[in-house]
Design a protein around this ligand. Sequence first.
Ligand code: TRP
Length: 370
Amino acid sequence: MSADDFIVTPWHVEGDIDYDKLVKRFGTEKISSVLSERIKKVAGEDHFMLRRGIFFSHREMNRILDDYEKGNKFFLYTGRGPSGHTHIGHLIPWVFAKWLQEKFDVNMYFQLTDDEKFYAKPNLTLEDTSKFAYENALDFIALGFKPEKTKIIINTRNIQTLYPIAAQVAKKINFSNTKATFGFTNETNIGMIFYTALQSAPCFIEDKPVLIPLGVDQDPHFRLTRDIAPKIGKPKPALIHNIMIPSLEGPGGKMSASDENGTVYTTDAPNIVKKKINKYAFSGGQPDIEEHRKLGGNPDIDVSFQYLRIFFEPDDNKLKSIYEDYKSGKLLSGELKAILIEKINDFLAVHQEKREKAKSQIDQFLFENK
Ligand code: TRP
């Protein structure tokens, strides 16, 4: 991999991602200001993640809006591969999905792929991934989805429902398609080779078009799904993609749930958050205070600032003054980190309480095989 290059696949993200290049590489479309305005108009409200380009790319979002304006509803689908505890980056598409559910009053499916992570991670057992599926489900529920309109699918538990759909899909995807899409080799286990069919299945669980908010790394699965959808007489899934949250330790690569220091988990205690941010959050500041006052910091590469922009400071005016103060040198790196630490800990205090409550609500959300 050369210095200016990067890798984005569902199982591996590395390097400093150039999102314009990625849009070309994947063949998606950038979200234009026209589309962003249209979403705002139809939803009746703006979302800061759209305004700031956190959601930056899509496939056929316009068709979803056209249909919706004609009175035809869509449904929402997203998911999580339960390989560890939930971190802040995972929450981005879920928070956005929650907003979409509220604004469009639509059904939502959330897939927990305990099988996928068992296939993909040599060290995880099925017991491990199903334990994390439960833990991740609590985070999802804590965000406030409506139980009447939201179902959580756990692959090993709901296989009876998924399998007939996955079989339709699997028959239309051949080995050279998946191989070309994911770079599989003869050593890849056959669970992985079949797996796209299972991630596709929820796209066709209702007889309506689906809209999927997702991290852009997951796009390749649905590129395959979109190719085969007409062959099984189904509408193509529409997608809206978010950028990957940077690891605490700096630009290049997404936050990985297996890199403890690069990650803030939803289960972290306040003192842990404080320690992680202070110790690991990559700073765009100058080496010493004197120079920082003179030259100012660089918010565009500062991970603490990026976390505020991506997730923790929805107020544009507040974000702007933090940006300007940091750039001018008025705000020091330690002070910027202190702002972020407080924001994260305020968020987590509320989230962790809701997460506890979710333990008694989970049964209402679990999809029951018919
Ligand atoms: N493969 C995804 C992951 O590793 C989980 C997933 C399943 C998913 N279905 C999805 C993600 C739909 C986005 C949209 O996290």
